[in-house]
Write a protein that binds this ligand. Structure first.
Ligand code: FAD
Length: 433
C-alpha cells in the first residue's frame, strides 16, 4: 500500500525531505503544506535580496514540487486551517519542516521601545515577507546599531548601506528600497560581545564589506590580534586566519569620498536601550574574553542612534499539538522522531544553525526513519485533506498557482531586477485572477 506523507513547510528542509522520500523504492505520495501563497521559506524571506545566486537553489526545489507523486497545498496553515491531530488521521507520517521564525530577545531594559526591530522582522520586511510588510521601520536616523556579528548582521548592515545602483539587480521589496534610499543613514555599528577571531561571519560575506560603492568598513586596529590563537580545529583556524587577513586589509582602505561607514566593534555588549518611547541610544559595557566566554569589564559607553537591530539568533514558537522544548525553541525529538508518526527536520529540529545545505541530511534521516517505522500505508492521504479544506472553504493554492504568481512577479520586474515581489497575501492571490 502507498505510504502517504505530509511535509509541513516548503522551505529547504521540507524540500530535501520530499526529495529523499521520492528516491526510495517504496511507493509513496507526499503532500507539501505551506502557510504562505509563496514557497521556499527563508530562501525567499531570509536570504539577502542581493544574494540572488544563493536564491537560485529554489529552481531545484521547483523540480521536486513538480515530480510525480508530489502534491502541494499553498496558503494552508497547520494549526489554523487544519490541526496536527486531523493530519494524523489523514497521513501515515507527518514531517515538521516549519523553521524557526522568531527573534531571540536581548533581555535588556528598553528593548520594547519604538525603533528596536529583531533581524527576523527587519529581514522579512526588506524581503517582502507578508507578515512584516506593515513593520514600517522609521529610518530617519544617521546611526544604526546592529547587535551581533554573524552573517545575518552583515546582511542587514550591507542592505542598509548599498546604493540604489548596487541594489538594481536584487528583489528587495519596493517599500524597503524606497525607505532605505530616502534615509539619512551614514553609520552602522555592528557590535560583538567577543573579539574578531570569535566573530561568526564567513569570509565571503566579510570581504563584500570592503567592496561597497559608497561605504567603507571601519575597524579599530588595536582590537585586531597579530595572529589567530586558541584551540581551533584546522578548518576553523584556516577560516579565522582568512577573516583576520581580510580585517587587516580593511585597515588599509582610505576613507576616499565614501559617505557611509560600517564600524566593526568588538568586545562590547548591550546593557540598556536608551530613550523615551523611541530609541535614542544604546548603553554598552566593554567586555573581555576569558576561556572563550565574554565577561563584562565594568566600563560602559553609549552610542547615540535611532534604530537598534538585534541579530542574535532565532527560535521557534511552540508548534500546536507537538511536545516542545521552550528553553531551546525546538520540538522535543529523538534524532528527529517526535512520536506518533511525526518527524522533524531543519531549524525546528536542530535550531537556527547552518546554511541551506545543512538541512539536507535531516531530510535523508527523516525518510529513512519513515520507511523503517511504516511498512504499509493505512491512511487515505491527499483526497481527504482536499475534502477537509474544501468543506472549510480554505482557499488552497496549487504549485501551478505559485508558478503563475512567480510569472507575474518576474513580468513586473524593473530593468535588471529578477522580480518585483508581491508583499501581501491579498496581492499574491489577486495575481491569480
Ligand atoms: C536572514 C537569513 C539569511 C540567510 N542567508 C543564507 C544564505 O545566504 N545562505 C545559506 O546557505 N543559508 C542562509 N540562511 C540559512 C537558511 O535560510 C536556513 O538554513 C534554512 O532556510 C532553514 O530551512 P527550514 O526549512 O528549516 O526553515 P524555513 O526556511 O524557515 O522554512 C520553513 C517553512 O515552513 C513554513 N511554515 C511555518 N509554519 C507553518 C505552518 N504552521 N503551516 C504550514 N507551513 C508553515 C514557512 O512559511 C516556511 O516556508 C539564512 C537564514 C536567515 C535567517
Amino acid at each position: 500500500m502507498t505510504i502517504n506523507v505530509a511535509v509541513i513547510g516548503a522551505g529547504p528542509s521540507g524540500f530535501y525531505t520530499v526529495d529523499a522520500l521520492l528516491k526510495h523504492e517504496t511507493d509513496v505520495r507526499v503532500d507539501i503544506i505551506e502557510r504562505l501563497p509563496t514557497p521556499f521559506g527563508l530562501i525567499r524571506g531570509g536570504v539577502a535580496p542581493d544574494h540572488q545566486t544563493t536564491k537560485k537553489v529554489a529552481r531545484v526545489y521547483e523540480k521536486t514540487a513538480l515530480s510525480d507523486g508530489v502534491g502541494y497545498f499553498g496558503n494552508v496553515e497547520v494549526g489554523r486551517d487544519v490541526t496536527i491531530a486531523e493530519l494524523q488521521d489523514i497521513y501515515d507520517a507527518i514531517v515538521l519542516a516549519v523553521g524557526a521564525p522568531r527573534d531571540r530577545k536581548l533581555g535588556i531594559p528598553g528593548e520594547n521601545k519604538t525603533g528596536v526591530f529583531g533581524s527576523a522582522d527587519f529581514v522579512g520586511w526588506y524581503n517582502g515577507h507578508p507578515d512584516f510588510t506593515d513593520l514600517k521601520p522609521k529610518l530617519n536616523t544617521e546611526t544604526v546599531v546592529v547587535i551581533g556579528q554573524g552573517n545575518v548582521a552583515v546582511d542587514v548592515a550591507r542592505v542598509l548601506v548599498k546604493t540604489p545602483e548596487e541594489m538594481t539587480e536584487t528583489d528587495i521589496a519596493d517599500h524597503a528600497a524606497d525607505a532605505i534610499d530616502a534615509s539619512p543613514i551614514t553609520d552602522i555599528h555592528m557590535i560583538g560581545r567577543r573579539g574578531p577571531i570569535e566573530a561568526k561571519f564567513t569570509n565571503v560575506e566579510l570581504r563584500e564589506m570592503g567592496k561597497l560603492a559608497d561605504c567603507q568598513p571601519v575597524i579599530n586596529a588595536a582590537q585586531l590580534p597579530d595572529e589567530v590563537t586558541g584551540d581551533w580545529s584546522d578548518r576553523d583556524k584556516r577560516l579565522k586566519d582568512r577573516n583576520l587577513a581580510t580585517m587587516k586589509e580593511f585597515l588599509d582602505i582610505s576613507p576616499e569620498d565614501k559617505s557611509k561607514r560600517v564600524h566593526f566593534s568588538f568586545y562590547a555588549k548591550p546593557v540598556e536601550i536608551l530613550g523615551g518611547d523611541a530609541v535614542e541610544g544604546i548603553r554598552m559595557e566593554n567586555t573581555k574574553v576569558e576561556a572563550g566566554r565574554s565577561v563584562g569589564t565594568g566600563e560602559f559607553f553609549e552610542i547615540e542612534c535611532g534604530l537598534v537591530i538585534p541579530a542574535i539568533g532565532y527560535f521557534s514558537d511552540p508548534f500546536p499539538g507537538v511536545p516542545f522544548d521552550a528553553d531551546n525553541g525546538i520540538v522535543i525529538h529523538d534524532e528527529g522522531r517526535v512520536g506518533d508518526g511525526i518527524y522533524a527536520v531543519g531549524w525546528i529540529k536542530r535550531g537556527p544553525t547552518g546554511v541551506i545545505g545543512t538541512n539536507k541530511p535531516d531530510g535523508d534521516i527523516a525518510a529513512t526513519q519513515i520507511f523503517e517505522d511504516i511498512t504499509g500505508g493505512a491512511k487515505p492521504g491527499r483526497e481527504a485533506l482536499e475534502a477537509l479544506l474544501e468543506e472549510r472553504s480554505v482557499p488552497r493554492l496549487s504549485f501551478q498557482d505559485w508558478l503563475r504568481i512567480d510569472e507575474a512577479e518576474v513580468a513586473a520586474a524593473k530593468p535588471g531586477a529578477p522580480r518585483r515581489k508581491f508583499v501581501t497575501i491579498d496581492t499574491m492571490i489577486g495575481a491569480l485572477n
